[in-house]
Design a protein around this ligand. Structure first.
Ligand code: F6P
Length: 328
């Protein structure tokens, strides 16, 4: 690869709070190093549609506190095809872009890896941006902290009303393949049980523990159901449990996409800034096909392949056990 001169930056897949601080860091670090920087709209779709614009330090003024992504995002089916990738490549070359920073989750990295294997003269660095926290090589992904805090705030409110009415609530949280939000929010809000995509919960055990809670004079119970749970969504689980437990009045709340929005937490602003800064520095150092992540409070590079080998089971069995003991 020749000398780096212009970087494209895009956000792709589900948006995550912290993406904007990361874009800001990419733009300003690139400009500091006298590199051109181009914002690509709507993820890989913008590469194909040639929807890109030159960015300046002022393009990213006052966006640290914005949720969503100023570049917009999409899940782009066309980029999965050879034809789509070729159009994207030609558009990048015509603009003189020789490197990309892609901010997103597993789908984004899968696309980035395929593209950069096909066109190795475009260097690619990934930044983990997904509320699901389900990538390898990083302790945290952008948006996970903010989303967890959003869920905790909602759970605290639900606890008030659950307690006032002596009710059992099933709360559905996001995480198609990942129970990270469910577990962390469950510990933070003292949930009685959590149900995760990674680990099947036996309904009989759940019912027994809810009955034991009632026996222990608990006035309310909260069960968090991650959306990818094997038994189905919160409504399905509530229905099954309702037939076996008569002690509580049962209610269901689906938190849905509100978990993806909102102003990023200080943690996500710092993480976005650090990873955006590191992504540009990695490109300057000649790196490609890598992800910048946070491991033990240090920025670390991981191959995109490794990053995609998710689910080293970030849920940690010890945390699961602790939650169960603390919620008796
Ligand atoms: O990957 C992030 C995520 O929010 C998942 O937790 C969820 O399953 C999915 O995106 C929802 O995707 P969409 O916004 O396309 O419905």
């Amino acid at each position: 690869m020749g000398k780096l001169s212009k970087i494209g930056v895009l956000t792709s897949g589900g948006d995550a709070p912290g993406m904007n601080p990361c874009i800001r860091a990419v733009v300003r670090t690139a400009i500091y190093h006298k590199l051109g920087v181009v914002g690509v709209k709507q993820g890989y779709q913008g590469l194909i549609d040639n929807d890109m614009y030159e960015m300046t330090t002022r393009s990213v003024s006052n966006i640290l506190d914005f949720g969503g992504t100023i570049l917009k995002t999409a899940r782009c089916a066309d980029f999965r095809t050879d034809e789509g990738m070729e159009i994207a490549y030609r558009n990048l070359k015509a603009k003189g872009i020789d490197a990309l920073v892609v901010i997103g989750g597993d789908g984004t990295f899968t696309g980035a890896l395929r593209f950069s294997k096909k066109y190795p003269d475009i260097a690619v660095i990934g930044v983990p941006g997904t509320i699901d926290n389900d990538l390898g090589g990083t302790d945290y992904t952008l948006g996970f902290d903010t989303a967890t805090n959003t869920v905790v705030e909602a759970l605290d409110k639900i606890r008030d009303t659950a307690d006032a009415h002596d009710r059992l609530f099933f709360i559905e949280v996001m995480g198609r393949d990942s129970g990270c939000i469910a577990l962390r929010a469950g510990i933070s809000a003292g949930a009685e049980a959590i149900m995760l995509p990674e680990k099947e919960t036996a309904i009989t055990e759940l019912v027994e523990s809810l009955k034991a809670g009632e026996h222990n004079k608990k006035s309310s119970s909260i069960v968090i159901v991650a959306e990818g749970d094997k038994h189905g969504g919160a409504y399905d689980v509530a229905q099954i449990v309702k037939e076996q437990i008569k002690i509580y009045d049962v209610k269901v709340t689906i938190l849905g996409h509100l978990q993806r929005g909102g102003s990023p937490s200080a943690f996500d602003r710092i993480l976005g800034s650090r990873l955006g800064f590191a992504a540009v520095n990695a490109l300057i150092a000649g790196e490609t096909q890598k992800m910048v992540g946070l491991r033990g409070n240090s920025v670390a590079l991981t191959s995109l392949e490794e990053a995609l080998k998710v689910h080293e089971f970030k849920l940690e069995d010890d945390l699961m056990q602790m939650m169960e003991i603390l919620s008796i």
